[in-house]
Design a binder for this molecule. Structure first.
Ligand code: COA
Ligand code: AMP
Length: 633
């Protein structure tokens, strides 16, 4: 019996230069590399040093010139606006080249940053690819973030240009983007010289004279721009993700390693061939959207689906099945929460009966822990393999998966299966000693990380090393805890930091605490993630009020809920807080968030040996019952 996985995984670790050098041959390089892996500045590793290339050329022009000009590259399906559109590879290449021309006319060139604050419209992907075409560096900001979050990113990335739209649409709510954008620019120290705004018929945007340009007018005045060769090690994009504070981390992705790794993953992990239709039901504002709505499907010569809608409510729980059948989707990639939403509305899968899913082969789930119930329900109604896989914004592509293009391992519910070739995943204890199979430890990855993973954080090398590389020397710290069983299956159990996962969205409770602490009546606060049957986790706040406050507790709770929505955004889904007299702490003053979370979720917990005053815990339990948590039975 061939053991393709074992062979390929072993080779990728023993001979990474040979393995990735071979994978890179499938792509176009204007200058070949001098070295596949440069370890001379370890722990800063660089891939394909000396090479030049252009990611947009490889995603679009290469296919137009290679016989795929008339194949569909992108399908846009928007149940929220009742619109559909298609782009062939030639049409998408032409639209991107023209928008690149418009951006260049506004002075954008190699190395300049471009912030893209867009809803799920084709123009979002066009702007990303146009930025790549010019060798500029895009930074997409998710539409569900508030103006303050956008301002933080403006200050850090210092973009020359912002590309945005008049509005986004959330089921049946129009969300005007322009007021958020104007507020963010007013708040930020860094002011971009130009904004290009896509006018959508659902909302009008007031353009600021001298600064804002209408998308259509900008394109009309532009001529197509050619691809600009960049160093393989030059940044393609920055994607900000939650860290442990209100200052998000700017994950950098390079050009060369990124395209090699993504293209390879389409074969080894996703088993999808050029010409087939791949759909990642996510958002371009998240890493899944970057990697598997935009770049990977196009690098592989597939057709990608850009869906502006939800799994339920647009119009019903059959929405995913309609898209799959209408476009002959071969693989769908989404978060387990989307399936929990569908299951809630249509537990028996009645909507499925209306659609023909004969082309559908595999469902991939990621973004949060996949609970066995959801996995089995999806398997049972869809009757195709359901593949849980594990990755992070930092890694850019899956760390662990059932490698569908290599070998199909039996599924063990609760595990995203094994380390994908390229990743050396291990579990270690606090002193970096390996732990035995089956024992929970810190999930770490032996350096060097494979291509496509973050080479550093934007303008923050020191934060990169202190966040990821210092605690476990020689390894990358994933921030996840879990174990590896005797068969090499990895189980990702929980975060080791204060990041929580709400409906597949990564959020920092530390950032929420910073907001709560700003309320004038709040003396102390804590935010924890509590279990939620639909969204996986939800944030929950604890407030200790200053003595002699005039407002009622209910008024203060309402105000802090509004503050998190205003400062972080609706996506934080921060809706509940409780007022307590004091917070449980260790004798050294550390808040016992883990214990609070266990009480809220009615899990067994050990009384922490270092607790300052055990009598606080019943008070916390009592407070939690008033908001529906900590209820036994
Ligand atoms: N622009 C503006 N607001 C947005 C937004 C956007 N792009 N995306 C979400 N929001 C808002 C929503 O309108 C909602 O606001 P509300 O509090 O006024 O209702 C809030 O942010 C939370 O949104 P969401 O997390 O989408 O929750 P929901 O209850 O509206 O929908 C699901 C729940 C499960 C249907 C939805 O989260 C989903 O489809 N998840 C899929 C997961 C996913 O795409 N993960 C990405 C990684 S694979
Ligand atoms: P993000 O950077 O938004 O992709 O979030 C990454 C985090 O989501 C990981 O560090 C995990 O905590 C969690 N995560 C992603 N995929 C999985 C999975 N398949 N199983 C368990 N947790 C996951």
């Amino acid at each position: 019996m061939t053991k393709r996985y074992d062979q390929e995984h072993a080779r990728s670790l023993a001979d990474p230069e040979g393995y990735w050098g071979e994978a890179a041959r499938d792509l176009h390089w204007t200058k070949p590399w001098d070295k596949v892996l440069d370890a001379s500045k370890a722990p800063f590793y660089r891939w394909f040093v000396g090479a030049q290339t252009n990611t947009c050329y490889n995603a679009l022009d290469r296919h137009v010139e290679g016989g795929r000009a008339d194949q569909l590259a992108l399908i846009y399906d928007s149940p929220v606006t009742n619109k559909k559109a298609t782009y062939t590879y030639r049409q998408l290449r032409d639209a991107v080249a023209l928008f690149a021309g418009a951006m260049a006319k506004e002075g954008v060139g190699k190395g300049d940053r471009v912030i893209i604050y867009m809803p799920m419209v084709p123009e979002a992907a066009i702007a990303m690819l146009a930025s790549a075409r010019l060798g500029a560096i895009h930074s997409v900001v998710f539409g569900g973030f508030a103006a303050n979050e956008l301002a933080t990113r403006l200050n850090d990335a210092k973009p020359k240009l912002i590309v945005s739209a008049s509005c986004g649409i959330e089921v049946n709510k129009v969300i005007p983007y322009k007021p958020l954008l104007d507020a963010a620019i007013a708040m930020a120290e860094h002011k971009p010289s130009r904004c290009i705004i896509l006018a959508r018929p659902e909302a009008k945007a007031d353009l600021v004279a001298g600064r804002d340009l209408d998308w259509a007018a900008a394109v009309q005045a532009a001529s197509p721009h050619a691809c600009v060769p960049v160093a393989a090690t030059d940044p393609l994009y920055i994607l900000y993700t939650s860290g442990t504070t209100g200052q998000p981390k700017g994950v950098v992705r390079d050009n060369g390693g990124h395209m090699v790794a993504l293209k390879k993953s389409m074969t080894t992990v996703y088993d999808i061939k050029p010409g087939e239709v791949f759909w990642a039901a996510s958002d371009v504002g998240w890493v899944v959207g970057h990697s598997y709505i935009v770049y990977a499907p196009l690098l592989q010569g597939c057709t990608t689906v850009l869906y502006e809608g939800k799994p339920v409510g647009t119009p019903d729980a059959g929405a995913f099945w309609r898209v799959i059948s209408e476009y002959k989707v071969v693989s769908l990639f989404t978060a387990p929460t989307a399936f929990r939403a569908i299951k809630r509305d249509d537990p028996n899968g009645e909507f499925l009966k209306k659609y023909d899913l004969k082309h559908f082969r595999i469902l991939f789930l990621a973004g949060e822990r996949c609970d066995p119930d959801t996995l089995h329900w999806a398997e049972q109604i869809l009757k195709v393999p359901v593949i849980d896989h594990w990755w992070q914004t930092e890694t850019g592509w899956p760390i662990c998966a059932n490698p569908m293009g290599l070998e199909r391992f039996p599924v063990k519910a609760g595990s995203p299966t094994k380390a994908v070739p390229g990743w050396d995943v291990q579990t270690v204890d606090e002193s970096c000693k390996p732990v035995k199979a089956g024992q929970v430890g810190n999930l770490v990855i032996k350096l060097p990380l494979p291509p496509g993973s973050l080479p550093t954080l934007w303008n923050a090398d020191a934060r990169f090393t202190s966040s990821y590389l210092e605690e476990f020397p020689g390894y990358y710290k994933t921030g996840d805890a879990g174990y590896i069983d005797e068969d090499g299956y990895v189980y990702v159990m929980s975060r080791t930091d204060d990041i929580i996962n709400v409906a597949g969205h990564r959020l920092s409770t530390g950032a929420m605490e910073e907001v709560l602490a700003n309320h004038p009546d709040v003396a102390e606060c804590a935010v924890i993630g509590v279990a939620d049957t639909m969204k996986g986790q939800l944030p929950l706040g604890f407030l200790v009020l200053k003595a002699g406050v005039k407002k009622t507790e209910a008024e203060i709770v309402k105000e802090v809920v509004g503050m998190v929505r205003d400062r972080i955004g609706p996506v934080a889904a921060f809706k509940t807080a409780v007022v307590v007299k004091r917070l449980p702490k260790t004798r050294s003053g550390k808040i016992l968030r883990g214990t609070m979370q266990k009480i809220a979720d009615v899990q067994d917990y050990k009384m922490p040996a270092t607790i300052d005053d055990p009598a606080i815990l019943p008070e916390i339990e009592q407070a939690l019952t008033t908001v529906g948590y900590a209820k036994k039975g």
